[in-house]
Design a protein around this ligand. Structure first.
Ligand SMILES: [Zn+2]
Length: 119
């Protein structure tokens, strides 16, 4: 992908989901957080057929050791740019685990390429 501004003038524009208030891409037809449909008619058809790919999916399970006291956990997501600078850092969830309980955490990055294919 070329670094020019012309092809990415609208790339990365965001808006607020009217249902769950999450910050999402303006181009999204379905909110990735609450999964509500956001566009209707021809606009929705165009958005859903946007080229894209799943760039990353990581899943892991945290299982309590079944002895000792409760555990508390914080799920922290950080995003760094090509220079290693942190551009975003947020706590996306917190909770507690009692003995024998477990939680599965899934991180996915979905990419849309409105300006063309993945190169
Ligand atoms: Zn939403």
């Amino acid at each position: 992908m070329l670094p020019g501004r012309a092809s990415s003038a609208t790339g990365g524009r965001t808006r607020t989901c009217p249902h769950c208030k999450a910050t999402i891409l303006e181009s999204a037809a379905i909110c990735p957080q609450c999964r509500h449909h956001l566009k209707f008619g021809a606009d929705a058809t165009a958005a859903q057929s946007q080229p894209g790919f799943s760039a990353l999916k990581v899943e892991g399970i945290l299982q309590h050791a079944a002895r000792g006291g409760d555990w508390e956990y914080s799920v922290v997501l950080s995003i760094r740019n090509e220079r290693g600078e942190e551009v975003s850092r947020q706590v996306v969830g917190v909770g507690a685990l009692r003995p024998t309980e477990s939680r599965t955490f899934t991180l996915s990055v979905d990419v849309v390429t409105p300006g063309g294919g993945k190169g």
